[in-house]
Design a protein around this ligand. Structure first.
Ligand code: UDP
Length: 499
């Protein structure tokens, strides 16, 4: 047959797969899922992100970039559930980082479940069902929607496989519910991991949240697989064990942050930065390579003034150049503002304080940044490792204590500041870290010429190099994404009606 006759009779290629992505509205969850959506779209798949108006407004920068790059990425805006008012949530609160009262957390998660109806309506209105829903682990309400629509569902789990494996194994042995407060060794781990009641794994594990956790665990059990922001060369052993324990495919596609290659992409993550990226870059350009310590405790943790003071004095006493990001809510009173201005005057050109949201990726990717004091949120940790930057670990709550264990004990890229118990989200009078602890840990991390710190830096740079390779053509995460897209393209072709 001639070429023409073959092409006239062969079926048209299947359309690209369509992924509907449903993030949990919290920066540490939304930011990686937006990166994931962009990655999928850049590789030819269609990606639709379901978000509510406040969150859609925050994504405008990312959406504009996608439009300019002609990526098949759409933001699907649905109203925040009207049940929010009856649940006592203040108007306009649509993201976890807007919550200022502990009493609002549980209702927020309850109200989120009412997004099932708009998601279902969106799916029904599509000309053809999507290929797959990828929803946050906590969004268990998507399981019923996917089942009714006959659409496969993957769950996106925010933390490392090391953490998720600890959680699965501890849960399988019923360890998290034990009443005593003894230490225990997490069973089934390839390395020894000892935890206490304060540091043990378990999302949504607080008293009174049992039904939400049970629903999330059940949605995990019925999902078709998991997507994780990590890479093989970082934690292959834990990835393999997690996949075996879960009994379903685990797609490791990260570090997603390395997808953001230019300044605009780096600055458009999460919120609009409260400082011009060029101002930060100019300041960093004047600094020696690997000399600056960057300090930022993520999108949620807030410090009361007396502990903010300990951080500031610790950085001053360390004698190292620093960029310190403080939240606007942390420096709201005249007393704190005055203290901060005095500190800035004393450290002069050696310290840069950012009030508000910082372009974290742009900072971590600058050659002058040689260390990061982090609360060990998985995104921050991975962003640091992906840029070859070792860390001072200062976990505050949730998965952060086990992320610290991974960085310090397994990867050898971290110096602990020395906390053993979690703090409350909105600042805690019981926090136990002093300026001495901060100065000591920062010096230990940053001092060059010391065998230990040089080795830590060498390892971090090696992981950074491996991370970069994982995301390049031929790299493990790149190829894993190729397979993911391919398998849903095939599935779409299989499900297509007979011609
Ligand atoms: N982030 C940022 N600028 C800030 C604070 C945070 O860009 O000033 C980003 C950071 O790069 C990361 C996310 O917000 O992607 C925080 O997620 P993480 O898991 O580290 O911590 P969480 O905020 O969930 O505690």
């Amino acid at each position: 047959p001639t070429l023409e006759s073959v092409s006239a009779t062969s079926p048209p290629p299947p359309p690209p797969p369509h992924f509907v992505i449903v993030p949990l509205p919290a920066q540490g969850h939304t930011i990686p899922m937006v990166d994931l959506a962009r990655l999928l779209a850049e590789r030819g798949a269609r990606a639709s992100l379901l978000v509510t108006p406040v969150n859609a407004a925050r994504l405008r920068g990312a959406a504009d970039l996608a439009v300019r790059a002609e990526l098949p990425l759409e933001i699907v805006e649905v109203p925040f559930p009207p049940s929010a008012a009856d649940a006592g949530l203040p108007p306009g609160v649509e993201n976890v980082d807007q919550i200022t009262d502990y009493a609002h957390f549980r209702p927020f998660f309850d109200v989120m479940r009412d997004l099932a109806a708009p998601l279902e309506a969106y799916l029904r209105a599509l000309p053809a069902p999507p290929s797959c829903i990828i929803s946050d682990w906590s969004n268990s309400w998507t399981a019923g929607v996917a089942r009714r629509a006959g659409v496969p569902r993957l769950f996106f789990h925010g933390p490392s496989c090391f953490y998720s494996l600890c959680d699965l194994n501890a849960a399988a042995h019923g360890l998290q519910q034990q009443a005593d407060d003894d230490r225990y060794v997490v069973p089934g781990m390839p390395v020894r991991v000892e935890v206490t009641k304060d540091t043990q794994p378990g999302f949504l594990n607080s008293p009174g949240w049992e039904d939400l956790r049970d629903a999330a665990m059940e949605a995990m059990r019925t999902a078709d697989g998991a997507v994780v922001n990590t890479f093989l060369d970082l934690e292959d052993e834990f990835i393999a064990c997690y996949e075996a324990a879960l009994g379903k495919p685990v797609w490791t596609l990260g570090p997603f942050c390395l997808y953001n290659r230019d300044a605009d992409a780096m600055a458009s993550r999460g919120n609009t930065p409260d400082v011009a990226q060029s101002a930060i870059t100019t300041w960093l350009d004047a600094m020696d390579t690997d000399s600056v310590i960057y300090v930022n405790f993520g999108s949620l943790a807030r410090k009361v003034p007396k502990y903010l003071f300990e951080v500031g004095h610790g950085l001053e006493d360390s004698g190292k150049p620093f960029i310190w990001v403080v939240k606007v809510s942390e420096v709201a009173t005249p007393e704190v503002q005055e203290w901060l201005s005095a500190l800035e005057a004393r450290v002069a050109a050696r310290g840069l304080v950012v009030r508000g949201w910082a372009p974290q990726l742009a900072i971590l990717s600058h050659r002058a940044v040689g260390g990061f004091v982090t609360h060990c949120g998985w995104n921050s940790m991975l962003e640091s490792i992906a840029h070859g930057v070792p860390v001072v670990t200062w976990p505050h709550f949730s998965d952060q204590f086990l992320n610290e264990r991974l960085a310090v004990d397994v990867l050898g890229v971290g110096v602990p500041v020395g906390v053993t118990a979690p703090v409350l989200l909105f600042g805690d009078e019981a926090m136990a870290v002093t300026r001495g602890d901060v100065a000591r840990a920062v010096s230990k991390l940053m001092d060059s010429g010391e065998a230990e710190s040089d080795e830590r830096r060498r390892k971090a740079k090696e992981y950074g190099e491996k991370a970069r390779r994982a995301m390049e053509k031929g790299g493990s995460s790149y190829e894993s994404l190729t397979q993911l897209i391919h398998s849903f393209t095939l599935q779409g072709a299989k499900n297509a009606p007979e011609q």
